[in-house]
Design a protein around this ligand. Sequence first.
Ligand code: ASP
Length: 314
Amino acid sequence: MTRHLISIEDLERDDIERILERAEAFSEVTDRHIKKVPALRGRTVLNLFYEASTRTRSSFELAAKRLSADVVNFAASGSSVEKGESLKDTVLTLAAHSPDAVVVRTPWAGAATMVTNWTDAAVVNAGDGKHEHPTQALLDVFTLKQKLGGLDGRSIWIVGDVAHSRVARSNILAFQKMGAKVTVCGPPTLIPRGIEALGCEVQYDLTRLRDADVVYALRMQNERMHDAYVPSLREYAARYQINGRRLGPRQVLMHPGPVNRGVELSGEVVDSPQAVITMQVKAGVVVRMAVLYELLSGAPADDRVTSPEEPQLA
Ligand code: ASP
């Protein structure tokens, strides 16, 4: 039975732990002189990217190659591709090459789920609009386990444009599953109403930021904003930027990238030893190796990572 990774919602803590243990084992491979194992030899991974990406695309490609899979990279220019039919036609066309996994990023919430209907391949959601980015959350948990030993009882503040961030949603779910207490913080216009239903706390200013063990800053997702949500980036930075004055000396600083220096983070904190941003990028390769391995190495159907839900476009 085809298996997919669409959402953190479909993963239990045990699933996350198993994937991360495997990622840990793959770390040994990426530290070797020859960074390759034959685990997925003869398998084909199709990377289908309808949206800009630096870290995610390169790390999925490297992950597949380090497992000896064949990789096809497809980049669609967002402006020339319509929603719906043309995504479907593209997937149907490329599915004719019989990929074993399709890694898909689009600006549309629900699109990764739709792709599961058009191919027999395992589908990995590499970001669907503002919905989810599950492998980002997994690599962030991996990084925090390396840094802190575990997430149980830790306090994690996610600061910034929560409303338009797929990373925020996936990370709130994953951090909580791993035992952390999550607080989201930002201007009221950038905090979705009712987000407490996910189990997190909400703060609208940084007064209690020092309570956090981990500060996770988000980029302003301008590409998904159709109105002005803050008076100006300058004003946003004045109230919410994580800088040397606001960040405590023992706090861990994370960011999914790309960073807008001088907006959500000051340059000094990006370059400080508290920032684990490049550790996150490094974790991306081994965690994605573990995800591809989990989906393609023929685990029994009961070990399914997730089941596709009804498609919803937003
Ligand atoms: N790279 C992350 C994403 O694709 C975060 C960001 O773009 O700000 O969602």
